[in-house]
Write a protein that binds this ligand. Sequence first.
Ligand SMILES: N[C@@H](CCC(=O)N[C@@H](CS)C(=O)NCC(=O)O)C(=O)O
Length: 230
Amino acid sequence: MIELFEVCGADPKLVFSPFCWRVRLAMAFKGLPFESRPITYSDKAAIAFSGQDLLPVLRDGQSIVHDSLSIACYLDRQYSRASLGLEGIAKHRATLIDRFAHQDLLIGLFRLLVLRILPLLSLEDACYFRSKHEGLLGSSLEAFADPSTGVQLVESALQPLKAQLQLTPFFDGDEPGAVDVLIGGFFLWAWVLRLEIWENHPGIARWVERLVARYEAVQGKIHRAPCTVR
Ligand SMILES: N[C@@H](CCC(=O)N[C@@H](CS)C(=O)NCC(=O)O)C(=O)O
């Protein structure tokens, strides 16, 4: 059985990392069952076997893979059914889309979500999360969590996505593929944390509903943060 080591909050059923959601979507689209191994941010011993300290990590028999895009490529190579379309030149294109998605979309969502994440962590994990991110950002999380900049960044990122979804139900056409995985992981992260910033964009809202439906049809109901997290 494929094992997915992924970030959880104090409640191990609540998994909410954008990168872990990419892998969950990839496995659901390919119809691959997996065992979730929820790990807290600071529990580095649990993934020491992977030789690095970030989640997600996939263990499939003797194969150990980290990094969401590398995991999606591994799954496509290893399991040919329901290809995500990551072979050959398509992998390079996916890498470029990944870079674009990190700009406005990821940073904008992170500004809007960061203060929702903190209360979902254990005290020890919240201290680790704060100190790591404040070091990287060079500012307090409260100063970084600037809703107007966050909304502006996300709204700008939504424009090409909206236009594309007027053409096809998924970014990759009639069926979901690598682009839906790469972008969708970020939206599922927000959806699990009850930030539905796309509520005024029906095309995006319907696409998120499709992702959730596809996922839940294979893996069962998604555990979301309590409504009080808003
Ligand atoms: N490029 C990596 C990024 C992975 C990543 O940043 N994971 C975060 C969770 S969202 C993590 O493990 N953080 C733990 C830490 O910062 O110590 C991917 O696509 O998987």
